[in-house]
Design a protein around this ligand. Structure first.
Ligand SMILES: [Zn+2]
Length: 364
């Protein structure tokens, strides 16, 4: 490449990166703040189909009878993904990022060709969109983990919808797709939360092996060697299924455990996979699914216990294209802005390009 071409390339790259960061930064709800409820988000969900499980007033209060199958209270599961079916597969998952500590983990996984799952917090995507994009571009699976990390069964239907949809919106704005998998914070999910998640197009993912790595923030006696010890014991168990393990990339101390446990899992002849991949789904995003399999305009009624993607498809005046409702909403709420903003972004990119280019030339 000629030197002048290099200057042009560097200038254009900087201009495009800046435009990308401006495009996704926008005005999003604050970090770890409950996001605002929106009518257009609520319209994505048929409230008459939501099971009437009571909203828990406090995460420590569990119902005497577990009528609505709360995993956090009793370990009850109802169609949730908790294991990899193949006994030699291991679904490695990290929650609560993206953070700067995610980068070291990505750099460790990359040369080893390992793809895992990150359940991301929407408000942290707003802080570090470039790290989410890095993980996605490296082929890792991105799942939804809410905007502000509440106990979902303590939230109203509208609050749950806001937590999930705001996160979907910022993921879509950053990497162009909406995930098809979500993980409830603290595993706090009941049939009410499951139904809302399903109507928004998500399968619920929990885990069957919990490192409890996050407890180091509360328990001063926590020893990080326990995590390696746990994995060493888990891989020695005679497996009837593969496993899905839970770790966190929110803290340096917990994210840095990834490179310590991967050799233990691989050394025991497990194959490390993303959750979607280990259950045989190589396309874990809603947008791609719809493009490959356009839905009909017919509303399909299905059992509340086993809702499918078709549940979220409904006839409406919005249905001008064969897109799922969640994708349509993104279009309805953003296309007008995007079309108006496109010229602004173009002008901004050209301006930055000219500016950077002239700075480099003048400094020579
Ligand atoms: Zn979490």
């Amino acid at each position: 490449m000629k030197f002048s071409r290099k200057i042009e390339f560097v200038s254009l790259s900087i201009a495009l990166l800046f435009t990308f960061l401006v495009e996704v930064s926008g005005s999003w709800p604050g970090t770890d703040q409950p996001p605002p409820i929106r009518d257009d988000f609520n319209a994505l969900v048929d409230f008459t189909k939501i099971p009437p499980a009571p909203v828990r007033s406090n995460e420590t209060l569990c119902p005497e009878t577990d009528t609505y199958c709360n995993f956090a209270c009793t370990g009850c599961v109802n169609g949730d993904i908790t294991v990899c079916p193949n006994p030699r597969d291991w679904g490695l998952t990290f929650d609560d990022g993206p953070t700067t500590f995610t980068i070291d983990l990505l750099n460790y996984l990359k040369p080893r060709g390992l793809k895992i799952t990150f359940f991301v917090v929407g408000s942290r995507v707003a802080e570090s969109p470039e790290i989410l994009k890095m993980a996605y571009d490296l082929g890792h699976e991105i799942g939804v983990h809410t905007w502000s990390h509440p106990y979902l069964t303590t939230q109203s239907n509208e609050q749950i919808i806001a937590e999930l949809q705001w996160t979907a919106e910022i993921i879509k704005a950053t990497i162009g797709v909406i995930p098809a998998y979500m993980r409830p914070p603290f595993g706090d999910v009941d049939d009410r939360v499951r139904n809302i998640a399903s109507q928004l197009g998500y399968k619920v993912v929990i885990w069957d092996r919990d490192t409890k790595d996050w407890t180091f923030t509360k328990d001063l006696s926590f020893d990080f060697n326990w995590i390696k010890g746990n994995f060493t014991e888990w891989v020695q168990e005679k497996p009837t299924t593969g496993h899905i393990s839970l770790q966190h990339d929110l803290y340096n101390q917990t994210a840095s455990q990834g490179p310590k446990v991967v050799p233990i899992v691989l050394g025991a002849n497990y194959t490390i996979k993303s959750v979607a991949s280990c259950i045989g789904d190589n396309d874990p995003y809603q947008r791609k699914k719809v493009l490959n399999n356009p839905p009909k305009n017919n509303f399909t009624s299905v059992s509340q216990d086993q809702p499918t993607l078709t549940t979220v498809i409904q006839e409406s005046t919005m249905m001008t294209t064969n897109l799922p409702v969640s994708t349509q909403t993104f279009y309805v709420t953003n296309v007008a802005n995007n079309q108006r903003n496109f010229l602004n972004y173009l002008v901004m990119t050209v301006n930055i390009y000219v500016f950077v280019h002239s700075v480099i030339i003048n400094s020579m």
